[in-house]
Write a protein that binds this ligand. Sequence first.
Ligand SMILES: Nc1ncnc2c1ncn2[C@@H]1O[C@H](COP(=O)(O)OP(=O)(O)OP(=O)(O)O)[C@@H](O)[C@H]1O
Length: 241
Amino acid sequence: MEPILRVADLSVRIAGLHILQGVSFSVAPTGVTVLLGRNGVGKTTTLRAVVGLTPRNGEARGTVQMGEQTLLSQQTHRLVRGGLGYVPEDRCVFAGLTVAENLRLAERRGTTPAYDRVFALFPELDRRARQRAGSLSGGQQQMLSIGRVLLNDNRLLLVDEPTKGLAPKVVTEVAEVLERVAESVPVLLVEQNLAVVRRLARDAVVLAAGKVAWTGDAQELLRETALTRSLLGVGSAEVQH
Ligand SMILES: Nc1ncnc2c1ncn2[C@@H]1O[C@H](COP(=O)(O)OP(=O)(O)OP(=O)(O)O)[C@@H](O)[C@H]1O
């Protein structure tokens, strides 16, 4: 199977610092590929470079391709229109607007928004359509953030730490939703919660010191506790449960 995304020799410099130095990996056209690595290694920087959001005081070099489309030189809005969905780490909902208004803003001109799909996955967003997004719980805001992206058809979804800061029950709910989403669209996921990784991921890419340190079967990586510990710096209890 041809990969949906190919990243080749990606280097990112921000404020004079080399954050990524020749990162290469590919993302399968189905299922979840997880991007792992210790804190601050450059996972978010990688996703942001793919979607054209390297900050102004930075520069991204290399090649990023989604199918036949070359991404790195293109503007984010074009990439999104071309089917690259991005769910950022900080959720970025418009706190002062209602749930319905947040969704309406995500509609793409010239396409029919898939409200049926979004409300089938997140019935709560339908029920809370008139609630201000700022008064939603963290989990509900995450659902809204994912729902906005799913209003449109995507060829690939980039999802950055969707379970961060959420209560365990909500983490499970978000994981369930992503599992269903990944049945129809490939996902490149940054995720620190290894139980979520175990549940969702087929392939893994591990970053260390600005480079790719390991790629392969995510479940195999998790079984190799010594390897997981050395690559991710997590305790054995976190790896095993
Ligand atoms: N706008 C910026 N200005 C300066 N440094 C930055 C900027 N953005 C990222 N960095 C630095 O780049 C490095 C990688 O950050 P990044 O957020 O990509 O890491 P991460 O692997 O996603 O981390 P975490 O797991 O903690 O979320 C960090 O050292 C960070 O401080």
